[in-house]
Design a binder for this molecule. Structure first.
Ligand SMILES: *[C@@H]1O[C@H](CO)[C@@H](O)[C@H](O)[C@H]1NC(C)=O
Ligand SMILES: *[C@@H]1O[C@H](CO)[C@@H](O)[C@H](O)[C@H]1NC(C)=O
Length: 277
């Protein structure tokens, strides 16, 4: 009897333990109360929305935006600075650019570039943009524009650019060095104003190791007020008129890569912080 009572007690205790364990398990897997569920859903649907927005902006389907949508401020900050994803995206695209550049270099050497020409006439060229292509303005966008959530401020940007302290984007500096050493003429084409920012831009490029470019093209007075697309197309047209073959054209804005005289291939680097028409 005593043994059987003990067995019942043990069984009862096991049941209690199981019930307690089940309760704990349920607590772990139980759905959160309404409020928590809402928060989780909102944050996941807004980060899904922001991923869609960023993709739309990068593919030039979302155009003409002045600031990052308010609900995406945290997402874009995390994308640019927190998660390392921006860096990885840049690195992947630069790998693709290097692939094209080395194919072109090889086809020029072997004469396989055919009708496109290419060779030892010193006219094989690449075009790179400057802001957020060669040089990063992320520090400025972090401190003054909350990663694109606050609107454009021409004066504070000019003050930042005048300091000539924009760091190089490391992968693009590597690309630049490769292109120069492979014998390409590198043209840096920027919408920065020649008078106001010419010296600071040259100094900044030098400080960051962009040495040996063929030409830095800044916006002179006669092109003031033109859209990036019109101005940059015209600059490339002039370069091509001099006989240069543009094998690659790299920028963070679609206005770097649309229009005419585009070159053999264009490459879009990520930039979800601002849009230049
Ligand atoms: C939480 O969200 C899920 C998914 O929409 C839903 O199925 C579930 O019923 C919600 N739970 C509560 C407690 O609101
Ligand atoms: C790019 O260059 C390759 C090789 O010369 C050529 O076959 C191709 O047609 C060119 N494409 C453009 C858009 O210029």
């Amino acid at each position: 009897m005593a043994a059987s009572a003990a067995a019942v007690l043990v069984r009862y205790c096991l049941l209690l333990l199981c019930a307690a364990a089940a309760a704990v398990a349920q607590e772990v897997v139980a759905p959160p109360h309404d409020e928590d569920n809402d928060t989780v859903l909102q944050s996941s649907s807004s980060s899904n929305y922001c991923l869609s927005w960023r993709l739309g902006a990068e593919t030039n389907n979302v155009r003409g935006w002045w600031t990052v949508p308010a609900q995406c401020c945290g997402y874009i900050q995390a994308y640019m600075a927190g998660s390392g994803q921006y860096q990885r995206d840049v690195d992947l695209i630069v790998d693709q650019i290097m692939g094209h550049a080395s194919n072109v270099a090889a086809s020029i050497t072997t004469g396989a570039a055919g009708d496109e020409g290419g060779g030892d006439d010193g006219l094989d060229a690449w075009v790179l943009d400057v802001d957020d292509t060669c040089l990063s303005n992320m520090l400025y966008y972090k401190t003054r524009r909350s990663y694109g959530c606050l609107p454009y401020e021409p004066l504070s940007f000019r003050a930042w650019a005048s300091k000539a302290r924009s760091p190089a984007i490391p992968a693009v500096l590597g690309l630049f060095n490769y292109l120069r050493d492979a014998g390409f003429k590198v043209f840096l084409v920027t919408g920065r104003d020649a008078e106001a920012l010419g010296d600071a831009t040259r100094l900044n490029l030098l400080r960051q190791g962009f040495v040996g470019y063929h030409r830095l093209i800044l916006r002179t007075a006669s092109y003031r007020g033109q859209s990036g697309e019109v101005y940059k197309s015209e600059m490339r047209r002039q370069v091509m008129e001099e006989g240069y073959r543009i094998w690659g054209n790299v920028g963070d804005q679609w206005s770097d890569l649309l229009g005419h005289s585009l070159g053999n291939r264009t490459f879009k680097l990520p930039n979800p912080m601002y849009f230049v028409p």
